[in-house]
Ligand binder design. Structure first.
Ligand code: ZN
Length: 326
């Protein structure tokens, strides 16, 4: 049976330097919710931080591996070179004022079709865009958010990949993954899956190759319905000669990984079970969650992680209240 099409973006994962700066930027400046604090399942001495709308709905999730040591990356060909975040059509002025007041590095806004685009950089240099589009649909509200609900970032509008040669990638997107080409304008080819979340491909033979490191995207995850459709993808992609990973249990979703012809690491992730599988939805991200295999090492892991102040007042490692007798 023919696979379903890729539904859209699931999450974007980037490498960053400082965990605290990352929390402060994505929750404090951008007003996203910290929906999960856990560790890199392959290296529990490093955090894995997840942000998103009020529930970290697939399509809204930005995730980060903070590696305190390590080098600054170089954004370039073979990478996701920008991540677009959807804001309401009338919110651009409000965001420009906010970025100016908070000394965030941004470029002049410009029009791309019927969208208004504000390119800016995160604390670590990661290229991002705010995109005010008539297609904006609000996400699950962030109740403790620092941004008013009517200005809030909803989910990812698009990701942009830059490649030196685009043909093989385009064939994969439209011939295998079920993406549809929706437009081509000034070297930007736009694709969409079954649902929302665009993939913009820029083909630039002269673009320098990117280098992984702080401030660069590690991979982009596409969403699929469940383990059954994921298995179909795994079989089909393997049959085309790609090296594809086994199914990995990421606790909050299941993942498979492969590298597309232009060099970008693709993940295909299931919608569920979701971030409320190991803590209640209303207290997501308020403490360190560990996968079962690491729970017995919790104390050691907490001590090995950089200290982190959470937006809701929590602290890692947990602070012991000392009551002094007067
Ligand atoms: Zn991922």
């Amino acid at each position: 049976m023919k696979n379903e099409k890729i539904l859209g973006i699931h999450h974007m994962t980037a490498i960053t330097d400082d965990a605290q700066a990352n929390v402060d930027f994505y929750t404090g400046i951008l007003g996203l919710r910290l929906v999960k604090v856990t560790v890199n399942f392959d290296d529990p001495s490093a955090y894995h931080l997840y942000y998103g709308d009020g529930l970290g709905t697939p399509g809204s999730a930005l995730t980060f591996f903070p590696y305190g040591t390590g080098r600054q990356g170089k954004v370039g060909a073979g990478q996701v070179t920008s991540t677009g975040l959807a804001i309401p059509p009338d919110a651009m002025g409000w965001w420009i004022d906010r970025f100016a007041a908070e000394a965030i590095s941004f470029d002049n806004p410009f029009k791309r079709g019927d969208e208004e685009v504000l390119p800016f950089r995160a604390h670590d240099g990661l290229p991002l865009e705010l995109i005010a589009s008539p297609e904006y649909k609000a996400g699950v509200p962030v109740s403790e958010g620092t941004v008013p609900v009517d200005k809030a970032i909803a989910r990812m509008h698009s990701i942009t990949m830059t490649e030196n040669y685009g043909d093989a990638t385009q064939n994969l997107l439209t011939g295998v993954l079920g993406f549809e080409k929706v437009s081509e304008d000034e070297g930007r080819i736009r694709f969409r899956g079954e649902q929302d979340g665009y993939l913009d491909l820029i083909v630039d033979p002269k673009a320098g190759r990117g280098q992984g490191g702080h401030g660069t995207v590690h991979h982009i995850a596409w969403r699929t319905t469940d383990e059954v459709t994921q298995k179909d993808w795994q079989e089909e992609i393997a049959s085309l000669g790609y090296h594809i990973s086994p199914v990995m249990d990421r606790d909050y979703f299941r993942s498979i990984y492969f590298r597309e012809p232009g060099g970008v690491l693709f993940e295909i992730a299931t919608l569920g079970p979701g971030f409320d599988v190991d803590e209640p939805a209303d207290t997501l991200g308020q403490g360190l969650r560990l996968p079962k295999m690491y729970e017995s090492m919790r104390q050691r892991i907490e001590l090995s992680l950089a200290e982190l102040r959470l937006p809701t007042g929590g602290h890692i490692p947990p602070r012991v209240e000392v009551t002094q007798n007067v």
